[in-house]
Design a protein around this ligand. Structure first.
Ligand SMILES: [Zn+2]
Length: 266
C-alpha cells in the first residue's frame, strides 16, 4: 500500500512536470509568434512609408530635354559608347531650313523652351542640357546631364536632313536590343520611342517614318536612363520646313511630345 502510494506520487510529479513543460512551450511559442507579428507589423509600416515616398517621387518625375546641336562646337572626338574604341566628333552643327533659313540648333532650343513649361504644368521636373546656343556640348556631356539627374525620360530633340527635298515626316531613334553599351534600358527606351512618336504624329499629322534602331549615336549609348531621339521633321523639305516654323504647328509639336511622355508613364 505504501509502495503503491509512492508510485502514484511519482506519477503525479511526472504529469505535473509534463503539463508545466507543455504550458511553458505554448507560452514560449506565443511570445515568439507575437514578437514575429510585431516585427511584421513594423516592416509593413516601413513598406507603407516607402510606398508613400514612391508616390511622392512619381509625382515629380524628371524629364531631361536635349536640344540638339549648338552654334559652337566642341573640338575633337569622343568614344561612341563606354569602353568603345570607335570615336565620333563630339558634336555636329546640324541642319538648316532650306526655305526658312532657321538653324536646327535654334529651332530645337525654341522647342525645348516651349516644352518645358508644358511639362511642368503636367507635374514634371524638367532639366535642359543647354539653355543657349553659344556654348559647346559634347554628346557624352548631354547624356551625363540625363544620368546625373536620374532622368525618368531623356528626350533628345532633332530635326532631320536629306539629300533631296522629297523626304518628309518624323521618326524616333532608339538603341537596338543588342546595344553593347546600355542594352539593359532597351525595353524602356523602345516604349518611350513608340509612345513619343505615336503621340507626336497623332497631334501634328506628320508622316510617320517609324522607330529606327541603331547603336552609333553617342548620346543614346552613354545614357543609362530611358532615352529616345526624335527627328521632328525634315528641314530639307521646303513645305515641312515652313510648316514647322509656324506657331500653330509648334503648339501641336509640344502637345504631341508631352502626350507621348504622359503615355510612357501610364
Ligand atoms: Zn540633329
Amino acid at each position: 500500500m505504501k509502495h503503491q502510494n509512492l508510485i502514484v506520487a511519482v506519477l503525479i510529479v511526472i504529469i505535473a512536470v509534463l503539463i508545466g513543460a507543455v504550458a511553458f512551450d505554448i507560452h514560449a511559442r506565443n511570445t515568439a509568434a507575437s514578437t514575429k507579428k510585431t516585427s511584421k507589423k513594423s516592416s509593413q509600416t516601413s513598406a507603407a512609408s516607402d510606398q508613400a515616398k514612391t508616390t511622392q517621387t512619381a509625382a515629380q518625375k524628371t524629364i531631361v530635354l536635349d536640344p540638339g546641336h549648338s552654334a559652337v562646337m566642341p573640338s575633337g572626338n569622343e568614344a561612341i559608347g563606354p569602353g568603345s574604341s570607335e570615336t565620333k566628333a563630339k558634336d555636329m552643327v546640324g541642319t538648316k531650313g532650306v526655305a526658312t533659313g532657321v538653324t536646327e540648333y535654334d529651332f530645337m532650343l525654341n522647342l525645348a523652351n516651349a516644352l518645358k513649361p508644358e511639362l511642368e504644368k503636367r507635374g514634371y521636373n524638367v532639366v535642359l542640357t543647354r539653355t543657349d546656343s553659344s556654348s559647346a556640348h559634347s554628346c557624352i556631356d548631354r547624356a551625363q546631364v540625363a544620368n546625373d539627374n536620374h532622368a525618368d525620360a531623356f528626350i533628345r530633340l532633332h530635326a532631320n536632313a536629306a539629300e533631296s527635298a522629297a523626304p518628309e515626316g518624323a521618326m524616333t531613334i532608339n538603341i537596338t536590343a543588342n546595344n553593347p553599351y546600355t542594352k539593359a534600358t532597351y525595353t524602356q527606351c523602345r516604349k518611350l520611342s513608340d509612345c513619343v512618336l505615336d503621340a507626336y504624329c497623332s497631334a501634328t499629322g506628320a508622316k510617320r517614318e517609324g522607330v529606327s534602331e541603331r547603336d552609333d549615336l553617342t548620346g543614346n549609348n552613354w545614357a543609362t536612363v530611358p532615352t529616345t531621339l526624335i527627328e521632328v521633321g525634315y528641314m530639307t523639305n521646303p513645305d515641312e520646313d515652313k510648316r514647322m516654323q509656324t506657331d500653330a504647328y509648334q503648339a501641336k509639336m509640344v502637345q504631341g511630345i508631352a502626350n507621348g511622355i504622359d503615355q510612357f508613364f501610364k
